[in-house]
Write a protein that binds this ligand. Structure first.
Ligand code: IPD
Ligand code: CA
Ligand code: CA
Length: 278
């Protein structure tokens, strides 16, 4: 295993034990609301602190982009940037709904190079290094070989905080549903993407994501032989927060159904000048 991935795994497991411990006493947690339907507990902060400490103890010069504490270190000086979601699926976690995980990715000169998604409930560790394949608990994983959308299980995430693109999303949803074998919305984008890599879904799409929701999951998919793009089929997914993914055959079919529903605003958000990964 690449030494930087080993450190990321250590960080993810530490966060996982903090999360597991806290899950045994959910009533005791202090929950605050960051925005509409955007809740956070002290667990998110504690897990993030443990991750950052583990990474910086090993690599003090690296820079960080983390959901709860934002940017630290000097991204313009360091070639390495860690992108961290300490607890993806916080709403699930707070309700005792067991679908949440830790997501840690490393960008090297802006290129996704290491990825960890860890599900502490199932003790499932998804890892990937650029060029080295994707793994689930040390077993190689690959995307599915299914070619027919009608036989495919598709994951998605629908708007629940920001409703700007609700109409466009519902139009996509309406068009996708009857063409698939089923749609799932468990509520953790990081796990959703890892599930595409592991062949549990044949495809996935969502918009309005942050880089920390998807950076690790996207590398897992690419290393598992899948495809990832933004909703226009280009590579600006980390910047735009829009993602379509799947095995190569299903990815193309999904994109063809979704693309006609893109609004001018969605297309504008998708261009390179839109939201930057800092
Ligand atoms: C959320 C989850 C969810 C997705 C949201 C994310 P959080 O992350 O990944 O599945 O639909 O857009 O914000 O807030 O639980 O870390
Ligand atoms: Ca998240
Ligand atoms: Ca989170």
């Amino acid at each position: 295993m690449h030494p930087m991935l080993t450190i990321a795994v250590k960080a993810a497991r530490r966060a996982g034990s903090i999360i597991n411990r806290a899950s045994q006493n959910l009533e005791r947690l202090t929950v605050t609301r960051k925005a509409h339907s955007d809740f956070v507990s002290e667990v998110d902060g504690a897990a993030e602190e443990a991750i950052i400490k583990t990474l910086l103890d090993a690599y003090p010069d690296h820079s960080i982009l983390a959901e709860e504490s934002g940017n630290s270190g000097d991204a313009s000086k360091s070639e390495y940037q860690w992108i961290i979601d300490p607890l993806d699926g916080t709403t699930n976690f707070l309700h005792g709904f067991p679908k949440y995980g830790v997501s840690i990715a490393l960008l090297h000169r802006g290129v996704l190079s290491q990825a960890v998604v860890y599900d502490p409930v199932m003790d499932e560790l998804f890892t990937a290094s650029r060029g080295g394949g994707a793994f689930l608990n040390d077993h190689r994983i690959r995307v599915t070989k299914r070619t027919q959308l009608g036989e495919s299980l598709i994951g998605t995430g629908f708007p629940f905080r920001d409703f700007t693109h609700m109409e466009a999303y519902l139009a996509m949803f309406k068009d996708v549903i009857p063409r698939t074998a089923g749609i799932r919305r468990p509520g953790s984008a990081a796990l959703d993407l890892a599930y595409v890599a592991a062949g549990r879904y044949d495809g996935f799409w969502e918009m309005g994501l942050a880089p920390w929701d998807m950076a690790a999951g996207c590398l897992l998919i690419l290393e598992a032989g899948g495809m990832v793009s933004d909703l226009e089929g280009n590579e600006h997914f980390l910047k735009s927060g829009q993602v379509v993914a799947g095995n190569p055959k299903i990815f193309v079919q999904l994109l063809q159904i979704i693309a006609p529903h893109l609004t001018e605003q969605l297309i504008a958000e998708n261009r390179p000048t839109a939201r930057q990964v800092k």
